[in-house]
Design a protein around this ligand. Structure first.
Ligand code: AMP
Length: 421
């Protein structure tokens, strides 16, 4: 039987890790620069949490969740996103008792049963950033700045920031009615998916990707013209902060996003040239969600960014990540006695904080040197029977193939300090 990775999943091989490390380490550094603390929540939760928070009539809940009955017959779902789990933790672990706002980030896999294609997977990795306990538009700006700074620090340049407001329970219902009335005369021109959206989730009519539907949506009434005073003031303030920062952004009236929980601000970041799946980041404000999952009414905002799409964009822009550290020293030996000495030497090196590896397969010196080269070691320490007898070690500097014999007692310090001649 030949097993294969499930459709829509992939392996992150050693040679792929430099990109991954660059993105995850940069994310940690930037988040901490802004004072965000890391949180980790379970990979699976009770199904009801996602049904309730993401929304019953969303694509995710309707057809994309990995849901199963556990051995106790409880319905569980692999997380399709992070916000619901973080809000559940906020309510359950009483994180609202801590100084607010709470600034959090997390990094990990999420799961959606989608049709796989470039940049779209069934197991994918997200960076997720959330601020809970503040309704100030300056926090909306800050969250967007975190995203901005992560991409900038990773080295990505050609990004476009899209912003919109989706209103709140006060003003949105009126807008949805307006939208429905406007679409009532245009049902012949929209796709089958949109016909369904018209019935179940009319806001989503605005973000259909099909050309004909987009043309219609472009002409549709704009939510910006239907916002209540509070939502309008909030959106105006956010835009004026964005203007003050001088970062380019676009107000996109068709941006609504695929979750029911959003209120007020929504935003996305798009990258050119990575194909149809060009959103590297999506987020927004969800002032009603924590109350919905059993916590106190708490305003909050966050975003998630797909790591695969960040890496695709890096590759597209020719950004080379820093290399992953390699062992500094390769230990080569010849003969049984030398092997015992090599085992001890390798451990001494590691204890001194110097990366060390060996083949341990009793191969020729030539084969061992080839391995040292392949691994990119800076030095090879060679021990033969004669070196054991004389209490010395041969040090070979790989960059210029120079060799020197040093007393065994000085070998570790010599390679650690790079002082081998
Ligand atoms: P969403 O949670 O749908 O708002 O998505 C947030 C971000 O996660 C998107 O902008 C993508 O970068 C990424 N993303 C969402 N779904 C997938 C997927 N199936 N495969 C890869 N990345 C994804």
């Amino acid at each position: 039987m030949n097993y294969r990775a499930p459709r829509g999943t992939y392996d992150i091989l050693p040679e792929d890790q430099a990109h991954w490390r660059h993105v995850t380490e940069t994310t940690r550094r930037v988040c901490e620069l802004f004072g965000y603390e890391q949180i980790d929540v379970p990979v699976f939760e009770q199904t009801g949490l996602f049904e309730r928070s993401v929304g019953e009539s969303t694509d995710i809940v309707e057809k994309e969740m990995y849901t199963f009955l556990d051995r106790n017959e409880e319905r569980m779902t692999l997380r399709p996103e992070f916000t619901a789990g973080i809000c559940r933790a906020y309510a359950e672990r009483k994180l609202h008792g801590r100084p607010q706002p709470l600034r959090l980030f997390t990094i990990g896999p999420a799961f959606r049963y989608e049709r796989p294609q470039a940049g779209r997977y069934r197991q994918f990795y997200q960076i997720d950033v959330e601020v809970l306990g503040s309704q100030d538009p300056a926090i909306d700006l800050e969250v967007m700045q975190v995203a901005w700074q992560i991409y900038e620090a990773v080295g990505i340049k050609n990004l476009s920031f899209q912003v919109n407001s989706t209103g709140c329970p006060v003003c949105r219902p009126g807008y949805v009615e307006k939208l429905r009335a406007w679409y009532a005369d245009r049902l012949d021109g929209i796709c089958a998916d949109c016909a369904r959206r018209y019935e179940q989730n009319p806001l989503r009519l605005l973000d259909c990707k099909k050309e004909a539907c987009r043309a219609i949506a472009d002409e549709a009434p704009r939510i910006a013209d239907s916002l209540c005073d509070e939502c309008r003031t909030h959106f105006d303030r956010l835009r004026s902060y964005l203007d003050d920062l001088g970062r380019p952004y676009e107000v996109n009236h068709r941006l609504v996003r695929g979750f029911d929980y959003y209120t007020k601000t929504v935003f996305e970041v798009w990258a050119e040239g990575i194909g149809a799946q060009n959103a590297v980041c999506g987020g927004g404000r969800y002032d009603g969600l924590i109350g919905m999952v059993g916590g106190p009414e708490t305003p909050a905002i966050g975003f998630a960014s797909g790591i695969e799409r960040i890496i695709l964009t890096m590759k597209q822009e020719g950004i080379e990540p820093p290399g992953v550290p390699k062992p500094r020293v390769f230990v080569a030996y010849l003969g049984a006695e030398a092997k015992s000495a090599a085992v001890v030497l390798a451990q001494e090196l590691r204890a001194a904080g110097v990366g060390a590896t060996a083949l341990w397969e009793d191969r020729s010196l030539k084969a061992q040197m080839r391995q040292a080269d392949r691994l990119g070691a800076a030095y090879t320490l060679i021990i033969g029977e004669e070196e054991v007898r004389n209490g010395v070690v041969m040090i070979r500097r790989m960059a210029d193939s120079t060799q020197a014999s040093v007393p065994r007692s000085e070998a570790v310090a010599a390679v650690k300090e790079g002082n081998t001649q």
